[in-house]
Design a binder for this molecule. Structure first.
Ligand code: 5AD
Length: 451
């Protein structure tokens, strides 16, 4: 059977989509190639959130196409995901060696399209339409590439799309309207994962706090998302629950209170703030003010003082003045984020911000990026340093990526801890003593592990 190699760009949702496609292909008899050099089919699962991400995937495809034309003309080349959705046929017009373009509601059709292309039934396929029910089609899992090593953590897609329409963001156009899976469907998938050895589940969606809003009424004052968290929390053998990405405005009291009530819901929250300036938050169409955002952080810390809080921030949004930017710096100082991901504003086609006055030169974006990064790193380093000498519970995931001779796990607040361990620790929840902090990494000493 043909072998397939999938290269993924962008967010965790994309990682999850690629994993589901890989599992669907394997179920139909395809094999997974260890590298693109030996694959019969090469698929790039793309990201559109910034121009750089698109250019990377296009450049990669250009190189692949040139290489395949020279040496292996029968290899099937395809784009999937967000850029495939938003550019469709244009991608084939630009890159005529591309055989397949699969949009974000059509991942599950990859197998049949590949079958057709490989059988010579169709030369090119572009499938980017909307499909009812597609939110329920990302459900199969390949845990650790089907090797003997068990996956400890898994992602579960609970919804697709976003109706927030932030003015900078292309996602509503690439992922479509919000559509949620049902609670029983999601719980069944989670149960199956736990039966296969998974201990920690991250619930995924473009705006998870809007989960089920239109389908499920409030129950005892609890939103559909909190009802889902409660249902997943019931699963025996599941140790930890995370979710991403939420929207700050979705942190109602029911969700804040869930952190104090559901022990499997770990003390970790990724709360994308984007800017510290009310003027910019309004222009961005974020739906909250600086004060409201700070209020949510304060409430979360009241319920869980050890809460690890991370964020996303955009620098150089159109019209951002030095004063607006300083408001972002002061917000970062005030919140003391454990970590923050900083993005230089990138105009996206069809989004309102791309046409706003006051587009800023690249130098300004670079300069603000550097200043904010220095601050974020300084605050982050202090957070990590403060952990030294503390005891923390980690869930051991497997070998450390940077040094496979050592093992790694995560604290409940989502900090990586590297320690001298062995395969037998995989999947274990254990207490470690933190002995040292590096850059956004902690080191633990197994000699003083208390089990
Ligand atoms: N330019 C720069 N960053 C962006 N993001 C989303 N759209 C853009 C854009 N046009 C960032 C936001 C979001 C993260 C995933 O990507 O900070 O939270």
């Amino acid at each position: 059977m043909p072998s397939v190699y999938i290269k993924t760009y962008g967010c965790q949702m994309n990682e999850r989509d690629s994993e589901a496609v890989a599992a669907q292909l394997v179920a139909k008899g395809y094999t997974l190639a260890v590298s693109e050099a030996v694959a019969d089919v090469i698929l790039l699962n793309t990201c559109s959130v910034r121009d750089a991400a698109e250019q990377k995937a296009i450049g990669k495809m250009q190189n692949l196409a040139a290489e395949m034309r020279r040496n292996r003309p029968d290899v099937v080349l395809g784009f999937m995901g967000c850029m495939a959705q938003s550019r469709g046929q244009q991608l084939i017009d630009k890159l005529p060696d591309v055989d397949l373009v699969i949009g974000t509601q059509k991942f599950h059709r990859t197998v049949e399209h590949l079958d057709d292309i490989l059988a010579g039934k169709r030369a090119k396929v572009v499938d980017v339409g909307a499909e009812q029910g597609s939110e329920g089609t990302i459900r199969e899992h390949i845990l650790n590439g089907n090797t003997a090593e068990k996956s400890v953590t898994a992602f579960v897609s609970i919804m697709q799309g976003c109706n927030q329409y932030c003015t900078f963001c292309i996602v509503p156009y690439t992922r479509g309207e919000e559509r949620s899976r049902t609670i029983p469907d999601i719980v069944a998938e989670c149960r199956e994962l736990v039966a296969r050895g998974v201990k920690e589940i991250t619930l995924l969606g473009q705006i998870v706090t809007s989960y089920g809003k239109r389908d499920l009424p409030l129950k005892d004052g609890k939103s559909a998302f909190v009802q889902l968290l409660e249902a997943v929390h019931e699963i025996d053998g599941l140790e930890r629950i995370r979710f991403t990405s939420p929207h700050p405005k979705g942190y109602g009291d029911d969700l804040v209170e869930a952190y104090g009530r559901l022990p499997k819901l770990v003390e970790s929250a990724h709360l994308p703030v984007q800017s510290g300036s009310d003027r910019l938050l309004k222009l961005m169409h974020r739906g909250y003010t600086r004060e409201r955002y700070l209020g949510i952080i304060a409430k979360l810390r009241r319920v869980q003082p050890a809460m690890g809080i991370t964020t996303d921030i955009i620098v150089g949004f159109p019209g951002e003045t030095e004063l607006d930017f300083e408001a972002t710096l002061s917000l970062a100082r005030e919140v003391q984020f454990d970590n923050a991901f900083i993005f230089k504003y990138s105009p996206r086609r069809d989004t309102p911000a791309a046409d706003m006055a006051g587009q800023l030169p690249q130098e300004v974006k670079e300069e603000r990026n550097a200043r904010l990064l220095a601050l974020v790193n300084e605050i982050g380093a202090r957070h990590y340093q403060r952990c030294v000498g503390c005891r923390a519970q980690i869930l051991v995931e497997g070998p450390s990526k940077k040094n496979p001779a050592r093992m790694m796990g995560r604290t409940r607040s989502n900090k990586i801890v590297v320690f001298d361990g062995s395969e037998r620790h995989r999947g274990q929840l254990m207490d470690v003593q933190v002995t040292r902090a590096g850059s956004f990494t902690l080191y633990g000493d197994p000699a003083i592990v208390n089990l």
